[in-house]
Design a protein around this ligand. Structure first.
Ligand code: PAF
Length: 284
């Protein structure tokens, strides 16, 4: 695996491959890799000839009082995992490389960013789209892979690609879960063992929504009420939101179908976790 220490190195690498007719795949990450990230690499390798992974904990997407300072980092381990999965090149920019003159300009996402995570974390998606846009400009990828767990992020990136006419294919890759249903997340590392048990309330509530739908329930309010009842048995878990929404624009729906998204976010102590399903698929 090649290290691309500077932006000119990255540009030379990516342009060389594209000039040779090879499709370039990009897997943007903030590191502390887990099997969910590695599934993105697998998908990128299926869709592209060469794959570059970026690792950058992007300060623009963290609000005041959020976990930027504590965000888990382990570059040697990430490097081994990425290489083991067949990543061809690794780009790990410093903050000063990415924002040498500071950062005045932001990409403003559309209205779907105001919901869910955007309501709880104001400015978060401006920061996400800004760094993603920069990475698109630097890498000029043919294909990018994003995780389904961050469905709102993936939806907003898809909208940005469409609205700004980037000739980029986006793949949204299914959530990888622990055997008991917990969605993998770098932030799971913050959980104490009792919190880890309570975190199962999130995937449990989603599974319940799936079962209710399979049992014939099509009312969003009834499904949400069932989820909230099940969450009462997890008093340590503070629910930020439950959203039952259209997969295109993430707007709430009153009646659900197989394509409806059910998303949930909650806090356990200082740890914030998110998860979602498509109703027809369940936990997948
Ligand atoms: O999903 C993430 O890890 C980040 O939001 C991303 C897409 C790498 C942008 O910093």
């Amino acid at each position: 695996m090649l290290d691309l220490p500077t932006i000119p190195d990255l540009r030379r690498w990516t342009r060389g491959h594209r000039a040779a007719g090879r499709r370039v795949g990009l897997v943007p990450t903030m590191g502390y890799l887990h099997a969910g990230h590695l599934a993105l690499v697998d998908e990128a390798r299926r869709r592209a000839d060469v794959v570059v992974m970026s690792i950058f904990v992007n300060p623009l997407q963290f609000g005041t009082g959020e976990d930027l300072g504590q965000y888990p980092r382990d570059l040697p381990r990430d490097r081994t995992l990425a290489e083991g999965k067949g990543v061809d090149a690794l780009f790990v920019p410093s903050e000063v490389m990415m924002y040498p003159q500071g950062s005045e300009v932001r990409i403003a996402p559309g209205p779907a960013a105001a919901r869910w995570e955007g309501a709880v974390r104001p400015g978060h998606f401006d920061g996400v789209l800004t760094v993603v846009a920069k990475l698109f400009n630097l890498v000029e990828p043919d294909v990018v892979c994003f995780g389904r767990k961050d469905i709102q992020q993936a939806t907003l990136v898809r909208q940005m690609i469409r609205d700004l006419d980037w000739p980029i294919e986006i793949a949204v890759v299914r959530t990888v879960r622990e055997p008991d249903g917990l969605a993998l997340s770098s932030r799971n590392t913050y959980l104490e063992s009792e919190e880890r048990q309570s975190a199962l309330g999130l995937s449990g509530a989603l599974q319940l929504a799936h079962q209710a739908w399979r049992g014939g329930e099509t009312g969003a309010a009834a499904i949400e009420a069932g989820m909230r009842r099940s969450l009462e048995t997890f008093p340590a878990l503070t629910v930020d939101y439950i959203a039952i929404a259209d997969p295109g624009d993430l707007a709430p729906v009153a009646r659900v179908d197989a394509n409806t998204i059910v998303a949930i976010a909650g806090r356990l102590g200082r740890t914030r976790l998110i998860d979602n399903i498509t109703l027809g698929d369940g936990l997948g």
